[in-house]
Design a protein around this ligand. Sequence first.
Ligand SMILES: Cc1cc2nc3c(=O)[nH]c(=O)nc-3n(C[C@H](O)[C@H](O)[C@H](O)COP(=O)(O)OP(=O)(O)OC[C@H]3O[C@@H](n4cnc5c(N)ncnc54)[C@H](O)[C@@H]3O)c2cc1C
Length: 220
Amino acid sequence: MLGSRYPDKAFEKAFAQYETFPSYLQVSLGVARDLSREPGYLTLVLDDPFEVDPGTRLPTLAFRVFHYDPTFSPPGKTAVTCFLPTPNFAFWADLRRDDPERYRAEKHRIAQAVIAVLERRLPGVRGEIEVTDVSTPATVLRYTGNWKGSMEGWLMTPDTGFSALPQTLSGLKHFAMVGQWAQPGGGLPSGLLTARAAIQAICRQDQVSFRPDAAAVGDE
Ligand SMILES: Cc1cc2nc3c(=O)[nH]c(=O)nc-3n(C[C@H](O)[C@H](O)[C@H](O)COP(=O)(O)OP(=O)(O)OC[C@H]3O[C@@H](n4cnc5c(N)ncnc54)[C@H](O)[C@@H]3O)c2cc1C
């Protein structure tokens, strides 16, 4: 977004050397069955690992069964999702760009394999599926703009630790970066931690006090 105009050694190192959390596919199913007797989260162990894409084989498939909130589906029906992590972002992005027909065929293959696994747990479910949607790492990039379709930003490793990257860039005023790309470990906590530090720095600059507890009950 900044057009490489504000180079920074720490970010250059991160982009060259840091690993990212994987990307993922998600198969979402609208099932015309009340699955409220199933657990909310199901991990099914496979007889043979499932090949998601070149280099990604999963020994289990995990399903979320959204029966605990009536707003997720009409009465008597249930939304079910299956999340398939993959580090092979390039495979999906390239396939979508270069060979849309095979991209569609691969999405179909994944959906059918996931449904076959669910069918083992819930006999007859295949005939009750009214909606099927498959998102891939290419979809993640398209909707979120996240680099490599990563689900959570920089992976924390022994090399990176929890150390935050710089939040400002030399020569760029009125700018602070927060979120999963500003602190290894990513996820929601990185958003809160880095945003807190950024607001603290802005308060210091504006010479106003930083009081994160100001909104607490009885503190006004
Ligand atoms: C399926 C899934 C499950 C997860 N589970 C967990 C969990 O259990 N625990 C956990 O801690 N974390 C989890 N995460 C990770 C967590 O959701 C993210 O790390 C976190 O939301 C990142 O926050 P962020 O503010 O850095 O970025 P985001 O929430 O991605 O916000 C970035 C925003 O910038 C917008 N944007 C992008 N490009 C542009 C542009 N060019 N112009 C304007 N706006 C733009 C995007 O639309 C988005 O709204 C999960 C992520 C996924 C995908």
